[in-house]
Structure formats: C-alpha cells, structure tokens
Ligand binder design. Structure first.
Ligand SMILES: NC(=O)c1ccc[n+]([C@@H]2O[C@H](COP(=O)([O-])OP(=O)(O)OC[C@H]3O[C@@H](n4cnc5c(N)ncnc54)[C@H](OP(=O)(O)O)[C@@H]3O)[C@@H](O)[C@H]2O)c1
Length: 221
C-alpha cells in the first residue's frame, strides 16, 4: 500500500459514477478533488461524504484544469462524448499522470458501442492524452455496486487494463480501496473487450431486471 497520500481529481464527481467513486474512496489514504460542470451537485455531495466519513480529505473545485494540475491520478467520470473536449482542456497538466477511463461508449438504445471495433473509449482517450498513462478501470461495475460490492455473497471483480506497470499497481490499490477485487486483465487494447462485456451486462440487466446491481466474478480454484 502507498504510504504517501495521493491526490485524485474526479471530473464529473456530481454524476452517478463520480459520486459513487468519491464516496467509496473517502476512507482511503487519498485527497479527493471534486469537479463537475454543476457546482451545486458538489456542495451536497461533499456534505454527505463529510457526514459519513469524518476523516475524509476532500475539496470541491471550480476548475477542471486546476483540479488536474494538483492531481496524481485523474478520473474521467463523464460520458465518452465529453472526453475529447475535456482532454484538450487538461492535456498540459496531465503529462505523465495516470488518467482513468471508466467510460462505456454505448448508444442511446444500449444496442451497440459508438466506437469502431478496432479501438475503444480508453484507447481514444490515450490518443487525446498522448503523454498520460491511461488505465481502464471501473467500467465493469455499475454505480450501485459501489454501495454493495458483495453480490450473492461474492466480492465483485473489477477489471483493469493498461500499458504501464506502476500505473496498473496504483489503480489496483484504488479499486481495492473502493471495495472491489482488482483483476488486471491486460494491456490497454483489452479495453475493447471490457467495454463490450459491459454492454452485454447492460443488455442482460435490462432484459432480466437486475435493477442495475450486477457485476462480474471469475470463479477459480
Ligand atoms: N452509471 C453507471 O453505472 C456506469 C458504470 C460504469 C461506467 N460508467 C461510465 O461512467 C461515465 C459517467 O456515467 P454516469 O452514469 O455517472 O453519468 P452521469 O450521472 O450523467 O454523470 C456524468 C457527470 O459528468 C458531468 N459532466 C459532463 N461533462 C463534463 C465536463 N466536461 N466536465 C465536468 N463534468 C462534466 C455531468 O454534468 P451534467 O449533467 O451537467 O452534464 C454529470 O454530472 C460514463 O462514461 C459511463 O459510460 C457508468
């Protein structure tokens, strides 16, 4: 476990995933910088977190660039359609930093991915942030899973993919702190599989009414 406190910027912290991630990391050895286009959402989120986690170290921020400048790890908790513009805004302060792609680029009918088959949301983000270390994580866990990562008596797996070994280790620790079992699945191209897996889980969730509380578990010896 890292002894130094890491600073994490969550961009889109007022949304379903951003707020779930922030709450799940509030007891960890992290300083959390919360940013969202809707600053009002951040006030109520901060209040809830401070009430339930008195030792939480967090700060609502009014600027994505400043948040990312201060951060060691940046989490893009926004729709994939917003990521290119966001990447352009923060590129100069994200050099050599770990940037987590949680996006599932699904269409409005949950029928297809909007990315080409020979790439993924994570690889596109890496193209837009060529000097950052993009890691895929948290895309295979629904927002509701963060409150209850143990489903049917089993701790949900959370798959991670990326090209930088040290960055993968940092993100594995983060995923573990959030309550999931981290599974490093491969390099960043494996994001194509992870994003497709989650499209299928969304389709099954709708079909079988899993109430958006479902996850993945590899059973093994
Ligand atoms: N929901 C899930 O269970 C789940 C699971 C795995 C992965 N994901 C992925 O997680 C990401 C977020 O999904 P979500 O369900 O949390 O969506 P959401 O509830 O709509 O949250 C997204 C948040 O990001 C904000 N935002 C958008 N553009 C921004 C920008 N440029 N700068 C700062 N904030 C911005 C939005 O504000 P406005 O509302 O004002 O636009 C909103 O508060 C998506 O990529 C999704 O594919 C979601």
């Amino acid at each position: 476990m890292s002894i130094t406190k890491q600073t994490i910027a969550i961009i889109g912290a007022g949304g379903s995933m951003g707020s779930a991630i922030a709450k799940s990391l509030a007891d960890g050895n992290y300083r959390l910088l919360l940013f969202d286009t809707d600053l009002e959402k951040l006030g109520s989120l901060s209040e809830i977190i401070q009430r339930n986690h008195s030792a939480a170290d967090l700060e609502p921020m009014s600027c994505s660039h400043e948040s990312c400048w201060e951060a060691d790890i940046i989490i893009f908790a926004v729709p994939h359609s917003a990521e290119k513009a966001l990447a352009k805004q923060i590129r100069d302060v994200a050099t050599q930093k770990v940037v987590i792609s949680i996006a599932n680029p699904v269409d409005v009918d949950f029928e297809n991915l909007t990315t080409r088959p020979d790439t993924s949301a994570a690889e596109e983000l890496q193209e837009w942030l060529p000097h950052s270390k993009v890691i895929k994580a948290f895309n295979t866990t629904f927002a509701a899973d963060f409150e209850q990562p143990v489903i049917d008596g089993k701790q949900t797996d959370s798959f991670i993919a990326g090209n930088d070994k040290a960055a993968l280790r940092m993100v594995s620790e983060l995923v573990e702190t959030a309550g999931f079992n981290p599974v490093i699945a491969g390099d960043l191209t494996v994001s194509r599989t992870l994003e497709r897996m989650q499209l299928m889980l969304m389709q099954l969730t709708i079909k079988n009414d899993y109430e958006w509380h479902a996850g993945w578990k590899i059973l093994h010896n």
